[in-house]
Ligand binder design. Structure first.
Ligand code: FAD
Length: 410
């Protein structure tokens, strides 16, 4: 029966970062990271893979190469939590005990929730940048399409990187425009939600691109069924009175973003809120009921944008607050809800949305250098050249570039 000072569940963006941050602050801690995956993905790079800008291989590294020195990697899936006994139960019924627990297990992509989708994904013009192996199929389809109809879908919130569904649209349409094919391609956005982007300050800049690409906007349309062989998609449409009806649309290619939920083993656990997410205080990221448990990343219920950028800010806050609880750090740090979504509106330009709780704009650069509400080359440079090394070399290694936690309320 193993016991650790800290057990971290999930070795994705949040899990590796928080383990590194903890060990960077106190190398004497015994830390275990539990994750069954062989490969760790830099998912923010998949939008660029889908547009032929990044090679798929640049977005993946072996998990073994990323586990921080001083941490034990327990290569297994967590099946259940037993917070009363300070234990997690691994698949195969092994038990791992902890003094403090951090949960960073990410979000579940629910491909099965769309009837007919799993059977046709990766064939018949059906693709998604939300899977490593399919992002390059997006780029293949975009290059091949000479004319016809291209659909881009967005499921109900919450989803990780809520801008990613429209990023795929903009970069594809930009390519067709540059190739002189756009006039022959009917580009349509089908969004289960009612707005183009949740923070209104960014919408005017995005609308200019919607107009440039002559893209149709279909709000309150939720993808429910797809028939790849017949190249037809069905959407549930809700009218102003909330009455649903079904509409069918034929396509030549469709980029699908799957519905997303809390992972099953989290949803059924004592850690979850009514909707299935780990129930934390949105300022301290500490569990509301179990005070030796913290959570970060996509898996928890703080109302921030679910992004790697958010996890980058959260990791040092969780590390600090956990150590404060052990009496090894001076005070409690507060998270302001920062998240970021680089909206790739055309090749070479990005509208860089950066905001916190309540949609408050939280730009990390002065406006004269980079105004996130406008498409800029500076933001593209940041996304293409700076953010990948910041992710691999700083964030995952516990170097807190632009993410030093502030003690006390912000
Ligand atoms: P993840 O990084 O997904 O890691 C979760 C880990 O938990 C995985 O390693 C998994 O194997 C593990 N796990 C799952 N179940 C178990 C279990 N039972 N036991 C143990 N371990 C388990 N973010 C940005 O900041 N900017 C962007 O531009 C951006 N673009 C995106 C584009 C796309 C197409 C996608 C898909 C995502 C994008 N994101 C972006 C979002 C970002 O990738 C996520 O928000 C981030 O990875 C969340 O980190 P996480 O640690 O919560 O989850």
């Amino acid at each position: 029966l193993a016991e650790y000072d800290v057990v971290v569940v999930g070795a994705g963006a949040g899990g590796i970062s928080v383990a590194s941050s903890l060990l960077a602050r106190d190398s004497s801690l015994s830390v275990a990271i539990v994750d069954p995956a062989d490969i760790h993905y830099y998912q923010p790079g998949w939008t660029f893979v889908g547009a032929g800008i990044f090679k798929p291989s640049t977005t993946a590294k072996t998990m073994a190469s990323l586990i921080p020195r001083g941490a034990d990697w327990v290569k297994a899936a967590v099946a259940a939590f037993d917070p009363a006994r300070n234990a997690v139960i691994l698949e195969g019924c092994r038990v791992l005990r902890y003094t403090r627990l951090v949960v960073a297990a990410g979000i579940k992509l629910d491909w099965d929730a769309i009837e007919g989708l799993p059977e046709t994904l990766g064939r018949n013009g059906v693709t998604s940048n939300y899977r490593f192996d399919l992002a390059s199929y997006t780029w293949q389809l975009v290059q091949e399409l000479q004319g016809g109809r291209a659909l881009f879908t967005q499921p109900p919130m919450p989803i990780k990187c809520a801008g990613a569904p429209q990023k795929a649209l903009y970069l594809s349409a930009d390519y067709w425009r540059r190739q002189g094919r756009l006039a022959n391609i009917d580009v349509q956005f089908y969004n289960a939600g009612a707005v183009l982007f949740g923070v209104p300050e960014y919408v005017p800049a995005l609308m200019k691109y919607v107009e440039r690409y002559n893209a149709g906007l279909n709000f309150n349309h939720k993808l429910v069924r797809i028939d790849g062989d017949r190249r037809t998609a069905w959407f549930e449409q809700t009218d102003a009175d909330g009455n649903p009806s079904e509409v069918a649309t034929e396509f030549d290619m469709i980029h699908v973003v799957p519905p997303q939920t809390a992972p099953d083993f989290i949803r059924v656990s004592p850690l979850a809120d009514g909707a299935g997410w780990v129930d934390v205080d949105q300022n301290t990221l500490r569990h509301k009921q179990f005070d030796n448990i913290w959570a970060l990343g996509d898996v928890m219920n703080a109302p921030n944008a679910k992004t790697a950028a958010a996890a980058r800010m959260q990791a040092p806050i969780v590390a600090n607050n956990l150590l404060a609880d052990m009496g090894r750090s001076k005070g409690v740090a507060h998270y302001n809800g920062y998240g970021s979504c680089p909206l790739t509106v055309e090749r070479g330009k990005i509208v860089l949305a950066e905001f916190g709780y309540g949609g408050k704009l939280l730009p990390s650069m002065p406006t004269w250098l980079l105004d996130g509400r406008k498409p800029t080359r500076a933001a593209w440079f940041l996304k293409e050249r700076l953010l990948p090394p910041i992710y691999w070399k700083a964030m995952l290694r516990g170097r807190e570039w632009l993410a030093t936690p502030v003690i006390g309320e912000k």
